[in-house]
Each structure stands twice: as structure tokens, then as C-alpha cells.
Design a protein around this ligand. Sequence first.
Ligand code: AMP
Length: 225
Amino acid sequence: MRLILLGPPGIGKGTQAKILSRQFSIPQISTGDMLRDAVKEKTSLGIQAKEYMDAGKLVPDDLIINLIKDRLNNSDCKRGFILDGFPRTLLQAEALESLIKEINIKIDFVVDIDTENTDIIVSRVAGRRICPVCGRIYHIQNMPPKRDNRCDDDNAELIQRKDDNEETIRNRLKVYYEQTLPLKDFYKKHYESKYILVDGALSADSVNDKLHTMFKAQGVRDYSV
Ligand code: AMP
């Protein structure tokens, strides 16, 4: 199963990618996570990307496209993958089309998780907390950990992403509307029934149920669960 997850920041792409990754036993490829690792490790990519990320701007296309090219050629992507946060510009989408042709694979579905309610997005981002050890995502109201501010799986203290503050999220949303929104039409046109729109205001479990119903309706039989 090869999926692209589209949608504004904070809508729950990461949460859904993690659930689907478990269900289909395929890797979640989050360009945001890869960039945050690069920043932490102070690699040349990380040093170049940091300023853009802190400001809520997009990292230049050429850096991201090279990152994805390397990643999709990894052997763990052979059975499939979930692209979470890539592509984010038309240029990235076009580069991905060339890349998948080159490696002779097809994307099965483009899943667009979206809502017009920007208050939901801002409140989801502001309340998001992450385990720095395993990457599990929580929300202080909607998906709180069992123990106060500690990960249920490894007891690590949860952190808030530096760019998950109200000012940066408003900027990230502006960037989304200007640069990523045109991808909806791109994928609707090129993928037709393989483009699936789901209401991002729903809970993560409901979004997941809806996706499985739609996958089944489209004849997906390859269930690892
Ligand atoms: P995310 O974790 O997906 O919200 O991404 C965090 C930040 O990483 C974004 O605000 C961008 O600065 C950068 N980023 C992640 N993915 C991309 C991408 N596909 N293109 C450009 N910048 C990206």
C-alpha cells in the first residue's frame, strides 16, 4: 500500500500515519520528523532547514526532494509507505510523479484530511505534545497521556514542538493555503477516484474507520491486520 497524506498542519496526518503504518506494516515517511532529526543532529541539511522550520516556512524544494529520493530507495519501502507531509508544493508533487515513474511504482491513494474550521487546527496544534523517545503524539485534551505529561509507552516527559505555538501555526496555515492547497486540484485531476477526502474534524479512530471503508470499497485486499 502506497499512500500520500495531504492536509493542513495539525489536522492529524501524523497520528493517522502512525495508525496506518501499524495496520499495513509499512513505514511512515514524515519529512517533518526527518528534518527535526537532521536539526537535532546538526547535519548540513538540519543547519539549512532550521531557520525555515522555526519561522513556519517551507524548506526549499530541492532539499526536500533529495531527502525523499534517498528515502524511497530504502529497502523498507518495497512493500509500501505512507508519505506524511510530502509533497507540499506543486513542484514537489511533480518531482514525486517523476520519481515513482523512475522506480516503477504507483501510489494507491491520496488521502486528504481536511476541515474548513481553522479553530480546530489551531487548538489541535497548541495542545499537541510529543514523546521525544518514541514519537507518539498526544493532545492535552483530546488524547491525553495516562500519567501527567508522561508517555504511556516509555514514561518519557512529553515535549511541545518549537513550531507548535499560536503565532507560528498561523504562519504555517498561511503557507499551507498558498502553497499546498493547489495540490488538491492536482491530485483530484490526476488520481480521480484514488483521491479520498476525509473530514479532519472527526476523531482519529473515526477517520481511520472511514479510510478502511473507502479502501475496501476500492478493492483493497492487502490487509496485514
Ligand atoms: P511537519 O512536521 O510536517 O508539520 O513539518 C514541520 C516543518 O518542516 C514545516 O513547517 C516545514 O518547515 C518543514 N517541512 C516538512 N515537510 C516539508 C516539505 N515537504 N516541504 C517543505 N518543508 C517541509
